[in-house]
Each structure stands twice: as C-alpha cells, then as structure tokens.
Design a protein around this ligand. Structure first.
Ligand code: PMP
Length: 361
C-alpha cells in the first residue's frame, strides 16, 4: 500500500488522493495518446481539450460570468502583486490596499512602485489578529482599485464577506481560499490565486478578471506582463504550465464530485469547527485570532509554552503528521486544512491534541 503522511502544509499543500491517482494512471500514456501530458505540444488537440476543460471546470464551479476572462499565468501570486498595479492603476494612478497580513503588505510594496498607494484599513496594530470592521475602512472613491487578501495564510484570518468598494473595482488575492466557498465573482474586478494551496500544484496562477479592465493597461507594458496578451490568446500566447493546468482540471472535477462550492464550504466549516472547539473548550490550546475573523483554511494556535510546542511538534511527527510548525515569522503551531484535507485527518489531529493535553497539561 502507498504510504501517505498527514500533511498540514500551508502550501504546496495536500492534493486529493483521487486526483493524484488519476494523474498517476494517465502519467505515462495519457488516455491512449501514447505520451504524457508533460510531453505533449501545447498546440495539440489533446492539450487543447485539457486546457478548455480546466477553464470550463472553473467557470462552472465558480459561476464565472461571460464578461470575465479566466487566465492561467506563471510567476505565482507574487507576480500578481506587480501585474495588478501595472495593468490596472490607470487612469488615476492611485489605489487603496487593506492590510491584513504579510502578503497584503508585500502586495502594497509592489504597488508603490507603480503609483500612489494608500492603506485603506489595517489590523497591523493588533498583530493581524482580525479583519478590520467596515466602519474602520477609509476608502477613496476615486481609486483605480481596492485590493484585499481574502484569507491570510500566515495569521489565519478570513474576510467573511468582501469589503464594500462601491464603483471602485475590487481586487482580491484568494491564494489560500480560492474554491473553498461560493463567491459572487460579479462583485470583483479581478481575482488572483497561486494554485498550490486549494487548486492544484505550484506553477500556475489563476487570474479571473472583468474583460473591460483589460483595456486599462498602457501599450508600453512589456508584452508578457499585460493581461491583454494572455486574454487575447486564451492563455496560449506562450507555452503554459500544461501539467499544472491539467491538474487544476482534475481538481475541479473532484470538487464537482464533492458537490461543488456549497458542499465544500460546509465541509470546510465542519472541519475547522472541530479544531476551534478544542480552543474554545479548554485553556491548554489558545487560538491567536478573533473569533469572528477565524479562517477555516489556516488555523494557528499556541500552547502554554514554547517548550510544550516543540514537544507537541515532535509528537505529531511520531504519528506521521507533518508541517504543523507555525510560519517562521509568528511561531507556534499552524494547521492548514484546505479542501483536500480529509475530515478524518482533522479528527486524528484533534484526538492527538486531546491526548497530548491529557499527558502534558
Ligand atoms: N498571497 C498569499 C495569500 C499567499 O499565501 C502566498 C503564498 N503563501 C502568496 C500570496 C505568494 O504566492 P506565490 O508563492 O505563488 O508567489
């Protein structure tokens, strides 16, 4: 039998076993084509079907309207920190950013290189332990866009509904909660996400954008950095990350078999509640974020001492669990339980936490 550890990594993260097995079956000979997806031309009929299938999968799962483009790009979510302002910070050359963690700060720093950037809200003062209230936001109605990070991978907070941006296009980094719940795409100007947490393997970055925004970019942009280049060629302007896109297509089909976005939201909430219940019904484990802002994807917590945290991590390793160490910038423990984390593995963690508390508490 295949040996699989229980992987709580924040990304690249666990993929559905069914998806990996499907890819394995087709690895050497893709459906009788006699070659692997990794070896086929991106202009071949086989790949064309794979590419269209991945786009269609996303469109139907997320209910993406026809006036939105779906793009497969490279360079990770980090390149989007630059591409978004390069393409969209026009004509006013100013943008608002809401700062809820390290990733939104990085996004803001890149945007500063393109124009005037304002912090329209922040939870930095309280150590990014929450999502700011609507009443705390100070939005510029003339900004070219408003940027926020829907789920904060490091700090474990999530927006429960998007900020009200009025007529200003809303831009969201959804790298760590894309496809985890239903969203109304029509409320957004642009959504981007690196694939390697909730969508598939690293190497492809999803961008979903309102087509009218394609017209904003200046002609002087380097060709590869313009969204229009990729939209005009259906993400086949140059060689796309074919294998990663193929895997995204398989992950979409898996999500459809699970019942789509409503079912995933329910399943994700149930998984997360099991861990949050441990914090709320005892004082050994302590959640680090405000209850109303808790993320169902990344769940950071502390134990009474760093020494106990080290022992806890050792214990998890002994039973085949990995990647539970908190991000190096915040310490503690972090369990990332994206879509593909089976509920029974969350149960195993909860059992282990209770047992560790019993013997150490
Ligand atoms: N945004 C968020 C919310 C993330 O969690 C990450 C990666 N952990 C990034 C951006 C950066 O993504 P990439 O490594 O794909 O550039």
């Amino acid at each position: 039998m295949t040996h699989r550890i229980i992987n709580f990594s924040a990304g690249p993260a666990v993929l559905p076993l069914e998806v990996l097995e499907e890819a394995q079956r087709d690895l050497v000979d893709y459906q009788g084509a006699g070659l692997s997806v990794m070896e086929m031309s991106h202009r071949s009929p086989h790949y064309d079907a794979i590419h269209r299938n991945a786009i269609e999968g996303l469109r139907s799962l997320m209910g993406i309207p026809d006036d939105y483009a779906v793009l497969f790009l490279q360079g990770g979510a980090s390149l989007q920190f630059s591409m978004v302002p390069m393409n969209l910070m026009h004509p006013a050359r100013k943008a608002d950013y809401i700062i809820t963690g390290a990733w939104s700060k990085k996004a803001l720093e890149e945007a500063k290189k393109e124009g005037e950037v304002r912090t329209a809200g922040s939870s930095e003062q309280t150590g990014f332990d929450r999502i700011p209230e609507a009443s705390e936001l100070d939005l510029d109605g003339e900004a070219d866009f408003l940027h926020f990070t829907s789920n904060n991978t490091i700090f474990g907070t999530q927006w429960k509904s998007e900020p009200e941006a009025g007529d200003v296009p809303l831009v969201a980094d959804m790298s760590s909660d894309i496809l985890s719940r239903p969203i109304d795409v029509s409320r957004y100007g642009l959504i981007y996400a690196g694939a390697q947490k909730n969508l598939g393997p690293a190497g492809v970055t999803l961008v979903i954008m309102r087509k009218e925004l394609l017209e904003r970019a200046p002609e002087s942009l380097p060709t590869m950095l313009g969204y229009r280049t990729h939209a005009d060629k259906n993400s086949l302007f140059n060689t796309p990350p074919c294998w990663s896109i193929y895997m995204v297509g398989l992950a979409c089909r898996w999500l459809q078999r699970q019942g789509g976005m409503e079912a995933m939201e329910k399943r994700n909430a149930e998984k997360a509640a099991k861990l949050y219940d441990v914090f709320d019904n005892g004082d050994f484990y302590r959640g680090t974020v405000e209850v109303a802002s808790r993320s169902p994807m990344n769940i950071p917590f502390r134990l009474p001492s760093e020494e106990l945290e080290s022992r806890f991590l050792e214990t998890t390793k002994e039973v085949g669990m990995t990647n539970l160490k908190g991000h190096r910038s915040v310490g503690g423990i972090r369990a990332s339980i994206y879509n593909a984390m089976p509920p029974e593995n969350v149960d195993r963690l909860v059992e282990l936490m209770r047992e560790f508390e019993r013997v150490s508490g």
